[in-house]
Design a protein. Sequence first.
Length: 126
Amino acid sequence: MSNLLRHINDPSDLRQLDMQQLPLLADELREFIINIVATKEGHLGASLGVVELTIALHYVFNTPHDILIWDVGHQAYGHKIITGRKAVFHTNRQFGGLSGFPKREESPYDAFGVGHSSTSISAALG
């Protein structure tokens, strides 16, 4: 493992990587999510299924200036980890810890307090 994730504290760090490094980062991000969810509670499948998408969106777009809206909050674990919450991600869904969903009060990268699916389009359109 190359330990790329260790150096990612926000998307500006992610954008410093070469595109060829992104698959390795995706592997590390998946492993990080699995290790946390294996010992705590959480939604594994949805977050693992969008790891590459999460990395690509933050790599290509200038977040948080460019706004990302997630359709399902369970997909946002990788997003939370690479937007400054990696060190406290172990508190995800715990009392006093991180929310299990994107939460506007938690981060400027969370533009919409999404929960379950099908609310993103109406939120994006206003």
